[in-house]
Design a protein around this ligand. Structure first.
Ligand code: HSE
Length: 406
């Protein structure tokens, strides 16, 4: 029997305990080993839970227990998750986590500590919720392809909010409250809506794709708080859906560029119909072309599925160690504002001709309130676009600038 401990009995921890227990036969039939949740660490007591007798408040009950070989760190946040993870691995236990913040921040060091102790540090659940994406990327696609780019809808909460706003005309606040009730949002939902959660996930995907972990603080990160209902409606009328996209790619000089921002995603492309809590991750390899991963990106049960899959890999002896990462040096990281892209530009004016002349448009919409919204004809860098906007002076006021993906 393989004994497992769970740190944190919240949304993901309780789902993981339930899955490992309820699907015990499924797991045993597949890996030939029984997996048992022996201990659960939490500050709280859960007297009504079927796991009540396994709750402990003392990490040493887990770290010092030689019968426990796998620890699931499902606490979230950096501390004490970091200290508990290091203690568990130094005690010879493998650690599985859904904690993207800790992986994006301390991934280099924690993978080193795992290797030094001959244990595993695995984090499939940290990106894409229940979608198996990191393992297929690390163990298949990226082994034989040079990865050209990864673009993903990586946050269930914001995708749910954008979908609710588009389909039901919901207010931002009501849609966020729905995401919280469904257990999608972070404890502090500003990490979702300001794009930090997506930033952590694209850093992890970039590290798997390119072997280098870019520091989260150097990733240009814009969330969805500035996206208006008008932007969403205008996008739909012009043939696009607004999505929060994390991207990682190499620029013309071979530097890694990572960024997070709301984008207009063209209808008819694979990420456009990804709605509600679903995530979609598009990976382009130089031989395979485009590969798409799709599924539920947040929530107790899907995330538990990804945690349990790492547990089962380790318990069944089939886990492959995540290849070590190195931190990306400053000169290995490119500037996203220097990469040409198409943009949607919306201006408050009654002069369509001025706006069109100034920017050159392939798509154009004049809204009921007289705003003129266009999609640029040619790709420009954000710096060039800002110069053009400044050059427009007082002829019209630009109210919205959003990148068009592709
Ligand atoms: N808050 C995250 C999301 C949870 O909404 O995607 C899953 O990582």
């Amino acid at each position: 029997m393989i004994n497992v401990a769970i740190l944190g009995f919240g949304v993901v921890g309780s789902g993981t305990a339930a899955l490992i227990t309820e699907n015990a036969d499924v797991i045993k039939n597949k890996i030939g080993e029984e997996v048992y949740v022996k201990r659960i660490l939490d500050l709280r007591d859960f007297p009504d839970s079927p796991f009540a007798d396994r709750i402990t408040h003392d990490i040493n009950d887990i770290v010092a227990d030689p019968e426990i070989s796998i620890v699931c760190e499902l606490i979230g946040g950096l501390h004490p998750a970091y200290e508990f993870t290091v203690a568990a691995m130094n005690a010879g236990k493998s650690v599985v986590t859904s904690n993207k913040e800790i992986v994006a921040t301390f991934g280099v060091e924690l993978l080193e500590i795992a290797a030094r102790n001959g244990v595993h540090y695995m984090f499939e659940a940290a990106v894409g919720g229940g979608i198996p994406v990191l393992r297929p990327l690390a163990e298949d696609v990226a082994v034989v392809n040079a990865i050209e780019r990864v673009d993903g809808i990586l946050n269930g909460t914001t995708n749910y909010i954008l979908t609710q706003m588009k389909e039901n005309g919901a207010s931002f606040a009501d849609a966020l409250s729905g995401a919280q009730k469904n257990g999608y949002a972070e404890a502090d939902p500003s990490a979702d809506i300001e794009g930090k959660d997506t930033c952590r996930k694209i850093c992890i995907l970039g590290a798997i794709a390119f072997g280098k972990l870019v520091d989260v603080s150097s990733v240009s990160t814009v969330g969805i708080t500035g996206v208006t209902l008008s932007d969403i409606e205008n996008a739909e009328k012009m043939g696009y859906s607004v999505k929060l996209i994390g991207s990682a790619f190499k620029d013309a000089e071979g530097r890694i560029v990572e960024l997070v921002r709301p984008c207009f995603v063209p209808h008819g492309t694979p990420l456009a119909p990804v709605s509600d809590v679903f995530n979609g991750i598009s990976v382009r390899g130089n031989y395979v072309g485009d590969v798409m991963f799709y599924g539920r990106g947040a929530g107790s049960e899907p995330t538990a599925s990804a945690v349990a899959s790492d547990v089962a890999r380790i318990a069944g002896g089939a886990a492959v160690a995540v290849a070590p990462w190195t931190p990306a040096a400053d000169n290995e990281v490119g500037d996203p504002s220097a990469v040409p892209a198409l943009y949607y530009v919306c201006a408050d004016t009654d002069s369509v001709i001025d706006v069109e002349k100034h920017f050159g448009a392939i798509g154009k919409l004049v809204t009921d309130n007289g705003s003129v919204c266009i999609v640029l004809r040619e790709k420009v860098t954000l710096s060039e676009l800002k110069e053009k906007i400044a050059a427009a002076g007082s002829s019209f006021a630009v109210s919205s600038v959003i990148e068009v993906l592709g």
